[in-house]
Design a protein around this ligand. Structure first.
Ligand code: ZN
Length: 109
């Protein structure tokens, strides 16, 4: 089967490691392009990945939040599930680092 991403390589069946949020979820069947390394998981593997990610409580950590104003500064609310995942506590020091005009990285010091 020809790769739909680069149109030159061929997909090969491989077993690959799948990581999610820095955790090794497992080894799954995938199609990997011999050219550009584009990786596709077939539905059976995708279902297994989703089930395992959910079982570990890693699903749905990406959340929408709003910016509010506190004095002259702005405040961003971090949902509890995300705070728990990061073991982030009140009063903890963090480093705010802009990646570009639309992304802000928070590094837990
Ligand atoms: Zn390709």
């Amino acid at each position: 089967m020809k790769c739909t991403a680069c149109n030159t390589g061929q997909y090969e069946k491989k077993k690959i490691h799948y990581d999610f949020l820095g955790e090794r979820i497992g080894i799954f069947d995938a199609l990997v392009c011999s050219g550009c390394k584009e990786t596709l998981f077939e539905s059976a593997a995708s279902d297994k990945i989703e089930a395992e990610v959910k079982r570990r409580g890693l699903w749905g950590l990406r959340a929408r939040s709003k910016v509010s104003k506190v004095g002259n500064a702005l405040d961003v609310r971090i949902p509890k599930s995300l705070a728990d995942f990061l073991a982030l506590k009140k009063g903890q020091e963090i480093v705010l680092e802009p990646i570009d005009k639309t992304r802000l990285q928070i590094v837990i010091a």
